[in-house]
Design a protein. Structure first.
Lengths: 413, 124, 480
């Protein structure tokens, strides 16, 4: 068995892991970056559309270009990149992480770990949609992989369930490549993805967006050939009289991402609400030597945020290795109309970058952050919907001696 | 006097733009943009809507069968079908380098078709 | 002596397993692309204790004995068997009376270890159960297995001992003369057998009619299921939890799977005999499962669902098995209507029929010399081997170090082995290795598995299906 020893081990070389590696190395830390696939870049390699890097690199890039920029930055550096390695187990006591590879078992000893393993897609089964057991039902990521990397078409005529960005992007992709996308269905009364994608993916191609509509049955013999849709009421119950039938051979699902936390579920605390790794404002988990960032913590809208968080994780893991100690952890609580908050804790004497999603859409409302009863931050947001993250930065001088923090939306002014 | 609403697609923010047109269908006023690109976008979208197209080109003898590409600048929206038909006919020999121009000035749009990924040559 | 078995489900497979212990020539004809893909594929996977079968029924004759025989199957076929026990719950006094009745019935049927538990005892063993429970009938011999594994394992071992296996082959005509089967004609060829065994599951009546026998009509009784995520919804219950029984059957259960997940179901709905292939799930079925399962284990969260599916039981009008020599056709034997507890009873039915055939046909089978008595499953190296051993294995064969299914840690080597053992579809690979069975349900690995099948069998990816011919995945190339 091969043995490695390093300061910092990073699991997952996607947008968060690559940024963490770069940052940690710049602080003089020895880094091993491990990836289960052949290449770096993670999901970016199959996201061939634009929209990445406007914040981080100040230019608009496609996914592969964004990944490539990081790869180039990493190439000159003293970072060991191990690809085609799969996480086997973590030995907490001696901080030894074991991997499988086609050359044998490898053990990596480290002083700190950054976990940046991304997310997976919710499968069709989790939607509890009745009907026949048929082929032709894909998650959007799978359809994306097939069309953009494997050079294969998933079908001829499609319906897309879920108007999140992945679904909208695939609506355009599949249409450009010759498939007929009949409609995009969204069970909420408002769209799930960025407004720009509604324009450039749906409106441009005259693909209807049916809100408050979902799939209620799938039919076919072997292969899908019919999808029954219906409108839903406020409780997402089907309004039977609105049932309509579409004759399609593919159903593409964009119904949510779930943080990939199973490999570390016994090592660190997982948030029951977000299903992601619980971290504080320095991206540290409840174990002092383990940090996490990216989609395995919370599902982000923009890859730029993911890389930023990866940087924070890399930086603080490096500081931890160099012997720095960190301040007290203070709980951050979701208040009125706040569904998702990351991070879950504030570490004294650090900058705070909050990522927040509301539960109910609202217009022109204030988000406030309270320390105990004192308001320490407020900002007005013109249009807030659950599918768009609000990014709130609070400088550490506003956060001196804070008590438990609460983030809430003020709806009655 | 009528007004058109649209979402700027220049960046993920997606500012809601409002364009006021006069009786001669000339632009009178544009509001809602958070940066100058929004204003430019509105004007362009009214006159001659343009888009950047991401797609794939067939690769010969590469580790992957296709390489992801994009148009180097925006092309007229109405030409999307025509351009896609053109792209479907293209082939490029591996290795392909990111940034490599696969086709210059496609269909007189002044946009090049540019590779966005590295594709190594397939080992035999 | 030539014996033909029609139907490669658990029953047909175990018959092949038993018969190939002897010097007889055995052929198994199965209409699906693989064995165990009919009734056997979608059921509760329970090896029942045997208290639930009334005296005088064939069920009571075979169930408890079949339960015992599963130890032999675990040993010889290398299948999963977990004797986790079962509880039939009682919520009111009349339920307790039912438990007493079942207890006595179980004793009569030869079931070992049965016990009536009081409230404290059951709650101590199953802390997540509805607190209004007042007692349970505990059967320690009940267990869980993976039914398609039983069929696959039995057939693989039978093949090692000379079984002729024919897949994707459908019987279309049976020629008889003087009430004796002369020829079996399929869509591929013709066979002459001395003895024919009808183990055709949902189509047993169709086969029987083809032979001119008086048949017991088989209609499908549908059962829907919900499967919960094994990582986030495990340990809800430690054993199989039954509600108080009703007229419709054993009821909707909550039970662990051998894989570590939690299974909810089944519903029970009689379907028309025309719908023998109709494995649909329904809205009302799913809702019924959720409602009933929560009555047993209130903390169930169906947001943890990974999959819903539906199975069909081959039901007969008298709700009992159809086993034994045909009364009319001299060389035809039936092993059919194996509705619950069919999976449990199957090994006992198989052994019984081996004796029955010899007795009724007046012959004695001689035991095979050089009989191969065991078969090994496809090992999951990642999870089952020690690190040192695993490391050695990878150095000998690098495909053992390439993970294909990231959720269940299945390697390329196991996928290749499954293909070598006969899998040529995604389901074939899936059911032999558990690849695609995990959290992401094939999201990360389906394209990889297709590429491996394509390479191993030299078929284009476009031609690969999930199971039946029409379940294709790819419709063409993006750039041809």
């Amino acid at each position: 068995m091969k043995n490695y020893s390093t300061d910092l081990l990073i699991i997952g070389a996607g947008a968060a892991g690559m940024a963490a590696a770069l940052k940690a190395e710049s602080l003089g830390i020895k880094v091993i970056l491990v990836e289960r696939n052949e290449e770096m870049g993670g999901i970016l390699n199959q996201c061939i559309h634009n929209g990445f890097g406007l914040h981080y690199f100040k230019e608009e890039l496609t996914g592969p270009e964004y990944a490539n920029k990081f790869e180039n930055l990493l190439n000159g550096k003293n970072i060991t990149f191990l690809s085609n390695r799969f996480l086997h187990s973590i030995n907490e006591e001696n901080k030894e992480i074991i991997f499988t590879s086609s050359e044998g078992i490898e053990k990596i000893s480290c002083k700190a770990l950054v976990y940046t393993a991304g997310a997976r897609e919710r499968p069709f089964g989790s939607l509890l949609i009745p009907g026949n057991r048929v082929s032709g039902i894909y998650t959007a990521g799978m359809a994306q992989r097939l069309t953009n990397i494997e050079n294969r078409l998933p079908g001829k005529k499609a319906l897309i369930l879920g108007s999140g960005d992945i679904g909208l992007i695939m609506a355009r992709r599949l249409t450009l490549e010759g498939m007929k996308v009949e409609a995009v269905l969204e069970r909420m009364p408002y769209p799930g993805g960025l407004a720009r994608n509604i324009t450039q993916c749906l409106k441009d191609f005259e693909i209807p967006l049916l809100l408050s509509t979902t799939v209620v049955e799938v039919r076919g013999q072997g292969r899908l050939n019919e999808v029954i849709v219906a409108q839903v009421d406020g409780n997402f119950n089907e309004i039977k009289s609105t049932r309509r039938s579409y004759s399609v051979d593919s159903l593409i699902l964009s119904v949510g991402l779930v943080p990939s936390t199973t490999p570390v579920m016994h090592l660190v605390e997982i948030d029951k609400r977000t299903r992601g790794v619980v971290v504080d404002s320095i991206m540290r988990t409840n174990k002092e030597w383990v940090f996490a960032a990216g989609n395995c913590v919370v599902i982000y809208d923009l890859v730029d945020y993911v890389s930023k968080e990866g940087e924070i994780a890399g930086e603080n893991a490096a500081k931890y290795i160099l012997g720095e100690t960190f301040g007290k952890k203070i709980k951050i609580n979701p208040g009125n109309n706040i569904g998702i908050i990351s991070p879950s804790f504030y570490v004294e004497n650090t900058e705070l970058e909050l990522y927040v999603r509301v539960i109910r859409p609202c217009e022109n409302k204030k988000i406030i952050v309270k320390s105990g009863q004192d308001i320490i931050h407020q900002s007005r947001h013109i249009s807030m919907i659950p599918s768009e993250m609000e990014h709130i930065k609070i400088k550490k001088d506003k956060l001196l001696n804070v008590k438990e923090l609460t983030v809430e939306v003020i709806e009655n002014e | 006097m009528n007004s058109i609403e649209m979402i700027c697609i220049k960046c993920p923010v997606g500012c809601k733009l409002k364009i006021l047109m006069d009786e001669n269908n000339k632009i009178e006023e544009i509001t809602g943009f958070k940066c100058p690109r929004g204003k430019e976008y509105a004007i362009q979208e009214i006159l001659n809507p343009k888009r950047i197209i991401p797609t794939n080109v067939k690769v010969l003898n590469g580790e992957l069968e296709i390489v992801s590409v994009k148009t180097s600048c925006e092309i007229p929206k109405e030409k999307i079908s025509e351009i896609m038909n053109f792209v479907k006919m293209l082939e490029v020999e591996a290795p392909v380098n990111i940034g490599q121009v696969i086709a210059k000035n496609i269909l007189d749009t002044e946009a090049d078709l540019v590779a966005t990924k590295n594709i190594k040559r397939k080992e035999l | 002596m030539k014996i033909g078995i029609i139907g490669g489900g658990v029953v047909g497979a175990l018959l092949a397993y038993e018969l190939t212990k002897y010097n007889v020539e055995v052929t198994l004809i199965e209409k699906e692309f693989d064995v165990g893909m009919g009734v056997s594929k979608a059921n509760s996977a329970i090896v029942h204790a045997g208290y639930d079968d009334e005296k005088g029924t064939l069920r009571s004759k075979f169930c408890a004995r079949g339960n015992e025989l599963y130890d032999e199957l675990e040993e010889n076929l290398d299948i999963d068997l977990k004797r986790i026990g079962s509880h039939v719950l009682a919520f009111k006094q009349e339920d307790m009376n039912t438990l007493d009745r079942l207890y006595n019935q179980g004793i009569e049927n030869g079931v070992k270890g049965l016990k009536i538990l009081d409230k404290n005892e059951i709650i101590r063993l199953e802390p997540n159960i509805n607190e209004h429970v007042i007692g349970s009938l505990y059967a320690p011999t009940a267990g869980i297995t993976e039914p398609w594994q039983v069929a696959i394992g039995a057939v693989e071992l039978a093949q090692k001992n000379g079984l002729n296996l024919s897949l994707s082959e459908r019987v279309i005509e049976i020629k008889t003369e003087n009430y004796k089967i002369e020829k079996i004609i399929t869509d591929k060829k013709e066979y002459i057998f001395d003895v024919v065994i009808n183990a055709a599951g949902l189509y047993a009546d169709v086969i029987s009619n083809m032979a001119g026998d008086v048949s017991i009509p088989i209609h499908p009784r549908q059962g829907e299921y919900i499967l919960l995520n094994k990582f986030t919804a495990h340990d809800l219950v430690n054993s199989i939890i039954f509600p108080p029984p009703s007229k419709m059957g054993k009821g909707i259960l909550v039970l662990p799977t051998v894989d570590g997940g939690t299974l909810l179901g089944p519903t029970s709905e009689d379907l028309s005999y025309l719908l023998k292939d109709d494995r649909t799930t329904t809205r009302h079925g799913i809702d019924e499962i959720v409602e009933s399962a929560k009555k047993l284990v209130p903390s169930i969260d169906v947001r943890e669902t990974v999959k819903i599916f539906s199975g069909l039981r081959p039901e007969s009008p008298n709700k009992d098995f159809w086993i034994g020599k045909s009364e009319k056709i001299s060389n035809l034997f039936h092993a059919a209507a194996t509705r619950s507890p069919g999976l449990t009873a199957a090994p006992a039915i198989a052994k019984f029929l081996v004796e029955e055939i010899q007795e009724k046909m007046k012959i004695n089978f001689s035991e095979k010399e050089n009989y191969i008595s065991k078969r090994e499953r496809i090992k999951n190296f990642f999870n089952d081997e020690s690190l040192e051993k695993y490391d050695e294995m990878i150095k000998e064969d690098s495909s053992k170090g390439k993970i294909v299914c990231v959720c269940n840690k299945i390697t390329e080597s196991e996928i290749i082995e499954a293909i070598k053992r006969g899998a040529h579809t995604l389901d074939g690979v899936k059911f032999r290795t558990r690849a695609s069975f995990g959290e992401c349900q094939g999201g990360f690995c389906t394209h990889k598995i297709m590429k491996i099948i394509s390479k191993q069998l030299n078929v284009p990816i476009e031609d690969i299906t999930y199971g039946n011919d029409n379940s294709y995945v790819i419709t063409g190339k993006v750039r041809p």
